[in-house]
Design a protein around this ligand. Structure first.
Ligand code: ZN
Length: 196
């Protein structure tokens, strides 16, 4: 299982060869992509959105860590585009699973976040719920889903775990609720080893 330092960026680490014991991955990546059976790629989250991607036709998988910075900067679109260009994926056939994250019920964002979202995402009003007191709540999972669909992913191939990490204290770690990293959830995906 491979897990690397996450930096809230949009870069992907592509593993298109078998791993050897001397491999060291020094740097930061928020998307891990592999076509190698036996390598399980993992991301860690505690409010950010974990996104798992599988192309059953081209045999490629990806794990993506998308917080507001990464999501607004387009990490999911960028990773899907990479699957197309590098592995020949047709996004219509790609299956996407969006995991538990901070939900629109609790995830309050401020002006700087909204400004960047509005600049980069014309349909921003689809994913923001404004509150009477001038505050806004962002639906990160919906943002990721909209971006994937805009690129050609089929709505029926996208599943979402519609649970909020902030208000489900019994189930999830939450950076926003705990104001600390006490632990994270791990989301991982891999291709089965081929039978000889
Ligand atoms: Zn909530």
């Amino acid at each position: 299982m491979l897990s690397v330092k996450q930096v809230h960026g949009t870069e992907a680490l592509v593993l298109d060869r078998a791993l050897v014991s001397t491999d060291r991955f020094v740097g930061g990546w928020d998307a891990l992509v592999t076509d190698q059976p036996g390598i399980v790629v993992a991301v860690r989250t505690a409010d950010c959105v974990p996104v798992l991607i599988h192309d059953p036709k081209r045999h490629v998988v990806a794990a993506v860590h998308a917080g507001w910075r990464g999501a607004v900067a387009g990490i999911v679109s960028k990773t899907l585009a990479l699957l197309e260009s590098r592995f020949g994926s047709c996004l219509e056939h790609v299956r996407i699973s969006i995991g538990p994250s901070a939900g629109p019920c609790c995830y309050e964002v401020d002006e700087p976040v909204l400004d960047q979202l509005c600049q980069r995402f014309p349909d921003w009003n689809k994913v923001v719920r404004t509150r009477g007191n001038g505050k806004a709540h962002l639906d990160l999972k919906a943002l990721v889903k909209e971006q994937a669909q805009a690129l050609g992913a089929a709505p029926k191939s996208i599943t979402t775990v519609n649970l909020c990490t902030i208000c489900h204290e019994d189930l999830f770690f939450s950076y926003r609720r705990e104001r600390n990293v006490n632990g994270t959830m791990v989301s991982a995906i891999g291709l089965l080893m081929r039978r000889e």
